[in-house]
Design a protein around this ligand. Structure first.
Ligand code: R5P
Length: 311
């Protein structure tokens, strides 16, 4: 069974970096679009191959999810032996529960679409919900960008710093950063007012005179980072907050919003394609080696235990 990496259109640079890290080349299939908007991806020959389709379901989420599902189906029909959907950023993962009656569980539906298309396995990086694996009926490998981001943080003197979780959901992530960087952890209690607005209600922990390092799985509109930074300043943290987040969606006004915060560093990864209007302090750390290491092991049927996110 030969290994084959297929690049979707959501982040072909990452797919190519992953393939290059394995001494291979990513197959870029064609993507036709019919006049009514339907997508029609086309892949090359792959009979008997072990195929890894790399496609984050970043915005436009529905387009990229549908393209991924169609790619998985195309790979199946092209005779591949096994198809793994490598979804570095899994859209809909924030819809992991119903926050009010009448809603759907979006993450479950998104995962079911990939299963129905014929995926044998899903690989994700820092999914929003810790219960992601439980929403899927096929094997899931959960990877983390923590080691990549911690290595970048360590490039500079950390001094008297404190890792900050900007909401309850980020506490486990903050603990992982704290353990890896040898730093204490503080946390913020956050309320979401709307899709673009949050309130940082309360700080638990001491940040006075410290450099805060805010860690999160994703930056979407930048509301969480803005509210957290303001709260930390009000509690005597040093100016020049450092932010480390895995997925840089950086939607709408996020780049401007973040540019006004006087951040010292804004570390993100390349799980999604970075928008061109990114804030000036942005530093992009690649997860390509994390993915190529994981794919290599999966191909060779080796364990991923030390790469995965188990707590
Ligand atoms: C929420 O629970 C997530 O972990 C992020 O904090 C959130 O999605 C970030 O979104 P935004 O940048 O729009 O505040």
């Amino acid at each position: 069974m030969a290994l084959c990496i297929v690049a979707g259109t959501a982040n072909p640079n990452l797919a190519e970096a992953v393939a290059a890290g394995m001494g291979s080349v990513a197959m870029r299939g064609g993507l036709e679009r019919f006049p009514d908007g339907e997508l029609c991806p086309v892949v090359g020959p792959m009979r008997g191959d072990d195929v890894y389709v790399v496609q984050p379901t970043a915005p436009p989420v529905n387009e990229h999810l549908m393209e991924l599902a169609l790619l998985v189906d195309a790979c199946r029909r092209a005779g591949s032996e096994r198809v793994t959907a490598v979804v570095p950023y899994f859209g809909y993962a924030r819809q992991d529960r119903r926050s009010r009656p009448g809603q759907a569980i979006g993450v479950r539906v998104a995962a079911d679409i990939l299963v129905a298309a014929g995926a044998d396995r899903i690989v994700v990086v820092d999914p929003h919900t810790p219960g992601f694996e439980a929403t899927c009926s096929i094997p899931v490998e959960v990877l983390t960008a923590t080691s990549v981001l911690v290595a970048a943080l360590r490039d500079r003197e950390l001094g008297r710093s404190v890792i900050v979780a900007p909401d309850l959901g980020a506490v486990k992530l903050a603990e992982r950063f704290g353990a890896a960087a040898g730093l204490p952890v503080a946390m913020v209690r956050k309320s979401r007012l709307s899709g673009t607005s949050v309130r940082a209600e309360e700080l638990v922990g001491d940040v006075e005179g410290c450099r805060p390092i805010v860690v999160d799985d994703m930056i979407s509109t930048g509301a969480t980072i803005e509210a957290t930074t303001r709260l930390l300043e009000a509690h005597g943290a040093l100016p020049g907050t450092v932010v480390a987040a895995t997925h840089a969606l950086l939607l709408e006004a996020a780049p401007d919003r973040l540019a006004q915060l006087g951040l010292a560093r804004l570390l993100v990864t390349d799980t999604v394609r970075i928008p061109s209007a990114a804030p000036p302090v942005l530093e992009v750390c690649s997860v390509a080696t994390v993915l190529s290491d994981a794919i290599g092991r999966l191909y060779r049927e080796e364990p991923l235990d030390d790469l995965g996110r188990f707590e």
